[in-house]
Write a protein that binds this ligand. Structure first.
Ligand code: HOZ
Length: 428
């Protein structure tokens, strides 16, 4: 594969943008080499500026459940664009998308839209603190909830990838209110409640996608619910990654545990910048202008973004069987990866939740960040490089999940498995 144009483009970007990218993971630092610069995407493929085609399992880190350039989303967005890009005033579209989401998450009465997952979680935490009148929060090592100060503590995703899970620039005065616990380890959460009587909330990715794909055990989630109830704290499900991905109602399709609040991003905007957070009316009533907890955004509820989200959610609701098909495809892929690894004598763990999949080159199951961090990053990097050269675009860190879209065909998956067989045999 020729990468001449991408290399030149990256060198040029490095002169004017830190690391050449606007979000760190994109720089491919963890896997080496130059990141392909993307010219366009169509269906299950992306194309770089050198003309190389890749089967895309990143799908813009999750939002594109219908793949690139879905004709329905595209047409609806274009119609809305013609009416105006932004008004900073209410439109009918916000109410429409709110109703679409609330119908899928009956424990929530109200929802507020923001412009990113980071904003959604940051605002949800403020609301939880305002509602309970408490300052401390419990977060899990390896979960990533965006890059706001309180949450950038032992975080997954890019923060873990670059070895700075707790970032400089975040005052210790702020992070002292973030209590850390181990994912899937209830005792570690009990210890937090023993240490502090000031816990406003537990925030968790019920299906973690930022330390690779690591779902929470049902008994663990039930234990969190009980602890929150016993101590008057709120349980927040961060569904920025799993929302409308793990199932039509996200992680709720996989657990009987009902949280107090949920946060969203990615699929809710179908590729446009959107986030949202919601809860029952009593909690949302504390939010300005109904209540005193302040939160705002000029572009919040942007009409173009709302349109993309409405079109996407309506399509998903009209064909909920899509989730079975997506899951079947994800399993076809992970089963194939398992066979390819076995043939090459490489240990692998795989998991699937709806259209999300994950794999770890590990001989033992991965239940938390410490397990994930034991995996050989160098081996992952060689696998990633090999797959890229075979035309398969995987997330460029072992601390990320993969995504299947409705445009990902069985042929693409079989080609991916064939590529994995070749690469694993070579690098094993
Ligand atoms: N938050 C995304 C999912 N882990 C990664 C995308 C990014 O950091 O740019």
């Amino acid at each position: 594969m020729n990468h001449t144009q991408s290399k030149a483009a990256f060198d040029e970007a490095l002169k004017v943008i830190p690391g050449g990218v606007d979000s760190p993971v994109r720089a491919f630092k963890a896997v080496g080499g130059y990141p392909p610069f993307i010219s366009h995407g169509k269906g299950g493929h992306i194309y770089d500026i050198d003309g190389n085609a890749y089967i895309d399992y990143v799908q813009s880190w999750g939002p594109l459940i219908f793949g690139h350039g879905d004709p329905d989303v595209e047409a609806a967005v274009i119609e809305t664009v013609k009416k105006g890009l932004s008004f900073g005033a209410p439109t009918l579209l916000e109410t429409e998308l709110a109703k679409e989401v609330l119908e899928l998450y009956p424990f929530m009465d109200k929802l507020r839209f923001v412009s990113s997952g980071t904003e959604a979680v940051m605002s949800a935490i403020r609301l939880a603190r305002g509602f309970t009148g408490r300052d401390d929060i419990v977060k899990f090592i390896g979960c990533y909830h965006g890059h706001s100060d309180s949450l950038l503590v032992q975080a997954g995703s890019g923060a873990a990838t670059f070895g700075s899970p707790s970032s400089p620039g975040v005052p210790a005065d702020l992070t002292k209110h973030t209590l850390l616990a181990e994912y899937n380890n209830l005792e570690s959460v009990k210890k937090c409640f023993a240490d502090s009587k000031n816990i406003a909330c537990i925030i968790i990715e019920p299906i973690a996608g930022n330390m690779g794909l690591v779902p929470a055990d049902e008994a663990f989630l039930k234990g969190l619910r009980e602890l929150c109830d016993a101590h008057g704290a709120l349980l927040i499900f961060d569904e920025v990654m799993s929302g409308f991905r793990a199932g039509l109602n996200g992680a709720m399709a996989h657990t009987s545990v009902v949280p107090d609040m949920a946060t969203f991003g990615k699929v809710i905007g179908a590729g446009m910048p959107v986030g949202a957070f919601g809860a029952r009316a009593e909690i949302m009533a504390k939010l300005s202008p109904e209540g005193p907890v302040y939160q705002a955004g000029t572009l919040s509820g942007n009409p173009v973004a709302m349109t993309a989200g409405i079109t996407s959610l309506k399509k998903l609701k009209a064909a909920p069987e899509l989730y079975n098909e997506l899951e079947a495809k994800a399993r076809r892929l992970t089963n194939g990866l398992q066979l390819a690894a076995k043939e090459a004598g490489v240990a692998i763990q795989t998991d699937v939740r709806g259209s999300m999949f994950g794999f770890f080159f590990s001989a033992t199951p991965v239940k938390n960040f410490a397990d994930a961090a034991k995996c050989d990053g160098g081996f992952f990097a060689r696998f990633h490089q090999g797959m890229l050269e075979e035309g398969v675009y995987l997330a460029c860190s072992l601390f990320e999940a993969g995504f299947i879209s409705t445009a990902t065909t069985d042929e693409m998956i079989d080609a991916t498995i064939a590529a994995a067989e070749k690469v694993l045999k070579r690098i094993a």
